[in-house]
Design a protein around this ligand. Structure first.
Ligand code: HEC
Length: 263
C-alpha cells in the first residue's frame, strides 16, 4: 500500500482521466476515434448513394426513406407510362389490355396469348434491341420487370440489416462511450444523456425502419434517430479529443479526479 507521500511529485496531480492519461493511452484512444469518425463519414456517404437516389433525385429526403422502406405502391412504371408519355403510342383498347395484364400479375401465359401481339404492333418499332437507352420489349423479362410495383425493403433484408446494425453499432458506442466516460468536468446533465442516447437512438432507428415498412408516416422517425445518433457521437468525440490533446496536451492542465470512481 502506498500512501499519499510516496507518490512521486511528477505524478502528484494526475488522476484516472483523459487529461492525465499517458501519451500511449491517448494515442490508442485517438487512433480508435479517428478511424471510427472516418467510418462514420463513409456510412453517411453510403446512405446518400443508396437511399438518397431512391426517389430519382440526388440528396436525402423524406420521400427517399419512404421509397426505401415502404416502397412506391402507387403502381408500376409500365402503367404510369401508359397513362403518361406512352399514352398515344397505342389505341386505348390495347393500352387497357396491357394495364389489365399488369394488374393481374403480368403472367407469361397471358403475355403469350394476348399481350405479345399488342406490344409487337405498337411498341417494338421503338423499344427494340437497337434502341439503346430505352428497354427492349422483344424480351419478356424487360417488360415484366417494369410491371412490378415496388414494395420497398423486404422483411429478409430488414432482419439482416437490423441485427448487423444492433450488434455492430452498439459495439462502436461501447468504446466511444468508455473513452468519453474518462472525461472530467462535464456536467452530469450532458454526460449521462450523451452516453445513453446512442443506444436509445439506435433502438429507435431500427424500430423506425420496421414502422416505416408498415406505414410511410414513420419516415420522419428515421431522420430524428439518425440525427440524434450523430449529435451524441460528435459530442463525445470532440469532448474526448479536446480533453486529451488541448487541455492535457497543449495547456498541460493537471487534474487529479478519478473518472472511474466518480463523475
Ligand atoms: C415512338 C417511339 C415509341 C413507341 C412507339 C413506344 N415508346 Fe415507350 N418509350 C419511348 C421513349 C423515347 C422512351 C423514353 C422517354 C420516356 O420515358 O418517356 C420510352 C419509355 C418507355 C417506358 C419507360 C421505360 C423506363 O425504363 O423508364 C415504358 C414503360 C414504355 N416506354 C412503354 C411503352 C409501351 C408499353 C409501348 C407500346 C404500347 C411504347 N412504350 C411505345 C419511345 C416509344
Amino acid at each position: 500500500m502506498s500512501s499519499e507521500c510516496n507518490v512521486p511529485v511528477k505524478y502528484a496531480y494526475k488522476g484516472a482521466n483523459l487529461i492525465s492519461f499517458g501519451t500511449s493511452i491517448k494515442l490508442l484512444f485517438t487512433g480508435y476515434l479517428v478511424t471510427i469518425a472516418a467510418g462514420y463519414i463513409m456510412a453517411l456517404i453510403q446512405i446518400l448513394f443508396t437511399h438518397g437516389m431512391a426517389d430519382g433525385q440526388f440528396g436525402l429526403s423524406l420521400n427517399d426513406i419512404v421509397y426505401s422502406y415502404y416502397g412506391d405502391r402507387s403502381g408500376s412504371v409500365l402503367e404510369s407510362k401508359l397513362n403518361g408519355s406512352m399514352k398515344f403510342n397505342a389505341p386505348d383498347e390495347d393500352r387497357f389490355k396491357i394495364i389489365q395484364w399488369v394488374r393481374d400479375g403480368a403472367s407469361q401465359e397471358e403475355y403469350d396469348a394476348t399481350i405479345k401481339p399488342i406490344v409487337e404492333k405498337n411498341c417494338l418499332m421503338c423499344h427494340n434491341a437497337s434502341a439503346g437507352s430505352i428497354p427492349d420489349f422483344a424480351e419478356f423479362e424487360n417488360l415484366q420487370k417494369l410491371s412490378e410495383s415496388s414494395e420497398g425493403a423486404t422483411f429478409q433484408s430488414l432482419t439482416r440489416l437490423s441485427h448487423i446494425h444492433l450488434f455492430g453499432i452498439s459495439f462502436i458506442f461501447m468504446f466511444v462511450g468508455l473513452i468519453f466516460s474518462f472525461s472530467t468536468g462535464v456536467p452530469c446533465c450532458y454526460k449521462y444523456p450523451a452516453i445513453v442516447m446512442p443506444y436509445l437512438f439506435l433502438l429507435i432507428d431500427i424500430a423506425s425502419w420496421w414502422l416505416t415498412k408498415l406505414n410511410p408516416h414513420f419516415a420522419w422517425l428515421v431522420i430524428v434517430a439518425g440525427v440524434g445518433l450523430g449529435i451524441s457521437f460528435a459530442f463525445m468525440w470532440s469532448v474526448s479529443m479536446y480533453q486529451m490533446w488541448i487541455l492535457g496536451g497543449i495547456l498541460k492542465q493537471s487534474d487529479r479526479r478519478n473518472a472511474i470512481m466518480r463523475d
